[in-house]
Design a protein around this ligand. Structure first.
Ligand code: CA
Length: 428
């Protein structure tokens, strides 16, 4: 677990005015990303206020001399995710951006975020999606099994499946509505555009140091394998999913697109926002020993608030604000990130730097806390009414889905993830 240090002090400020009080990227955050342009190829940067600090340029200027230069010249962050001295790098960046003595050298290395293109932060070798949002699992299960929403394994084993890494894109990339097999009322399925296209609000977990094939990651060591976090939208075609998912689980209903927020909010930045895992309700089974660690239970969950908003094509054309569909919280996850990582490697499966895990859809137990339209509309039965009179059961072409996430804790500056957004384009 990362300790609290001067980089988390909310009393500290940056010489860069736009960072101070910034809703996502104050100096206490310092998330890493990959950007390109206007004057260079894809390279690492760190977000600060409305700007990105060019780390490759900072390295060339000798400002990061104590760290391996190769970390800052690569077009991906995989090396940086695996780097064991990331906390020292964070402290150095904090000094560069807070000490006015460095302002003359550092300020020329800043680029406006709006002037650069944010790229995939890492080469994702493998992407795995879990199902740790228990209220989502219950809400969805209830649609199909009103008396028995959770299957018997749920509270014993973190449920997951292997997703598709090739179709993960950063925020802003359009999502093309998938074609696929759908089974309506008739005898035979048909092939065509999904009519029940949905989003899923998830937290993404970036793997740092990996494990060798055949080795495991003990639960007490799992936090040291987690490099950071992002927002993740696991776009889902519910009609394709309902027809294809038995007996092997999700396939083409999920693998056409996954959208992530482009900044990796590091585990170090998240140190103040670690909280106790919610107590298991009376009667729930104790997790098996390999998933149980007192330290993880005491501080392995995260205090993050999420919002999901929708902007339809008509709303965009008339310059209306996006409409908030839901709010939910990361502490509603039934398993901690460490438990997901440990479980994933518990059979000797090797994890690698830059692997991406999705937690599963994060919903709360109340109305207004549903992390997917499937839940919001109760399986498509109760349409959402939008302020301009439009209604939605599932997503239509031109609709844009926006996620925001902010970590908060008393006595600390809140930090955010930046937007995770995608607009739906028509099926091919
Ligand atoms: Ca999912």
């Amino acid at each position: 677990m990362s300790a609290i240090d001067e980089t988390h002090d909310r009393g500290r400020a940056s010489w860069l005015e736009s960072a101070n009080g910034h809703c996502d990227f104050p100096i206490q955050n310092l998330p890493f990303g990959i950007f390109s342009g206007p004057d260079g190829p894809a390279r690492p940067g760190v977000a600060i206020g409305d700007f990105v600090l060019d780390l490759s340029a900072a390295s060339r200027e000798g400002l990061l001399a104590e760290f391996p230069a190769g970390l800052f010249s690569a077009p991906t962050l995989n090396g940086l995710l695996a780097f064991g001295e990331r906390r020292n790098l964070r402290r150095r960046l904090f000094t560069l951006l807070s000490d006015v003595g460095y302002q003359p050298k550092v300020e020329p290395l800043l680029r406006r975020i709006n002037d650069v293109a944010l790229q995939m932060p890492a080469a994702i070798g493998d992407y795995t999606d879990f199902y740790a949002g228990i209220h989502h699992a219950e809400n969805v299960g209830r649609l199909f099994r009103p008396d028995n929403p959770l299957l018997p394994n749920y509270k014993h084993v973190p449920i997951g499946y292997h997703g598709r890494a090739s179709s993960v894109r950063v925020s802003g990339h359009a999502v093309r509505r998938p074609n696929g097999q759908r089974k309506g009322e008739g005898e035979a399925p048909s092939f065509g555009p999904s009519t029940r296209l949905d989003y899923e609000l998830e937290l993404g977990i970036w793997i740092g140091a990996g494990n060798e094939l055949g080795e495991t990651i003990p639960i007490a060591e799992a936090p040291s394998h987690i490099a950071g976090f992002c927002l993740l939208n696991d776009w889902s075609a519910r009609d394709i999913q309902a027809w294809e998912y038995q007996p092997l689980g999700p396939f083409l209903a999920k693998n056409f697109a996954t959208t992530i927020s482009p900044w990796i909010v590091t585990a170090e930045a998240m140190a103040p926002f670690r909280i106790a895992q919610s107590a298991r309700p009376a009667g729930d089974p104790q997790p098996l020993a390999y998933l149980w660690d007192p330290g993880d239970q005491a501080a392995g969950a995260l205090a993050i608030d999420f919002e999901v908003s929708l902007l339809t094509g008509r709303m965009r054309a008339s310059h209306e604000q996006a409409f908030r569909l839901s709010r939910s919280q990361a502490h509603d996850l039934y398993w901690t990130p460490a438990q997901l990582v440990t479980h994933h490697a518990s059979n000797g499966c090797n994890m690698n730097p830059g692997d991406l895990l999705g937690t599963g859809t994060i919903s709360g137990s109340q109305d207004g806390q549903c992390g997917s339209l499937l839940e919001v509309t109760q399986g498509g039965r109760v349409p959402v009414k939008l302020p301009n009179g439009e209604t939605r059961t599932f997503l239509e072409d031109g609709d844009e889905v926006l996620f925001h996430g902010r970590a908060h804790a008393d006595g600390y500056a809140s930090i955010g993830f930046g937007p995770c957004r995608g607009v739906i384009r028509p099926a091919p």
